[in-house]
Design a protein around this ligand. Structure first.
Ligand SMILES: C[S@@+](CC[C@H](N)C(=O)[O-])C[C@H]1O[C@@H](n2cnc3c(N)ncnc32)[C@H](O)[C@@H]1O
Length: 266
């Protein structure tokens, strides 16, 4: 039985598996489409992956470019675009150093993707690059979870059964383990995956790793200052990506919130 391991660039192992695991992540779709609708000019989604947000945005009749550095995710995105008769500009590039042909009124980095920047150098490179490619009056909107001390401690250093999902003619079972370096603010995720056939026999095992560097509010403010953003704000977006009713409304930020950071370039 093959067992492989993916880390580094291939964060999500396989776009088809990504779609299965994140099929019920829906709470951010309508707010994201509304964000692009209100962009006031050209829009770009950084780390667009295989289009969980980009496809519904284009299907809503809006224009938005996409950028990601994973060729597998982009191949899957292109296949989905073609199947639906949708067109947009798709760039294969790194969020830390990209050079699109135009300037954008909105650059969005949704769904924790900014946290894939693992060093201050990477975080600042991404922010500076975004600022450089904003049109006058343009803004960057980053959505990322704010760490909660309680949640970090609750789930650290132990493997947890995460979920079982239909997969082709069988099932896929997933176990996640988070190991935290609380000094460097890095959460190292190890995901163990088992695939079964229609009779429940395990036919394949995989493991994959990805790291996230979580960011506290004063730290993000400092990063935005150093990257040259003169104006920014943080609003709670929602508590749970899988629950659209958890949209936060107008209230102060809380630990564990998914935060929408808006930073204006001028
Ligand atoms: C959590 S997925 C988000 C995909 C999509 N935005 C969504 O909401 O489903 C993160 C994506 O970021 C991409 N990514 C990670 N680091 C990147 C980098 N340095 N430059 C460009 N893309 C990156 C990965 O390839 C992956 O597709």
């Amino acid at each position: 039985m093959p067992e492989t391991s993916a880390s580094g660039g291939a964060y999500y192992l396989d776009p088809e598996l990504y779609d299965a695991i994140y099929a019920d992540v829906v709470a951010d779709i309508a707010p994201h489409v509304a964000l692009v609708r209100g962009a006031g000019g050209a829009a770009l989604e950084l780390c667009c992956g295989n289009g969980r947000l980009l496809i519904p945005t284009l299907e809503a009749g809006l224009a938005c470019d996409g950028l990601d550095y994973d060729p597998n995710m982009l191949a899957s995105l292109r296949a989905k675009l073609a199947a639906r008769g949708l067109r947009t500009t798709v760039l294969q590039a790194d969020m830390r150093d990209f050079s699109p042909r135009e300037r954008y009124a909105l650059i969005a980095i949704p769904f924790n993707s900014f946290l894939h920047n693992l060093t201050q150098g990477d975080q600042l490179a991404t922010l500076r690059c975004c600022r450089h490619h904003l049109a006058p009056g343009g803004r960057v909107v980053i959505t990322a979870f704010h760490p909660s001390a309680e949640k970090l401690l609750e789930w650290s250093g132990v493997e947890k059964f995460s979920r079982e999902l239909p997969w082709r003619d069988g099932l896929v079972r997933i176990w996640d383990r988070a190991d935290d370096d609380r000094v460097e603010q890095i959460r190292r995720m190890t995901r163990r995956i088992e695939f079964t056939d229609a009779h429940g026999k395990v036919t394949r095992r995989e493991s994959m790793k990805f790291d996230l560097r979580y960011i506290y509010k004063p730290e993000m403010e400092l990063l935005l200052n150093v990257a040259g953003f003169p104006r920014y704000e943080a609003r709670p977006a929602f508590a749970d990506y899988r629950d659209a009713s958890s949209l936060a409304g107008d209230r102060p930020l809380q630990e564990g919130d998914n935060v929408a950071w808006t930073a204006w370039g001028d």
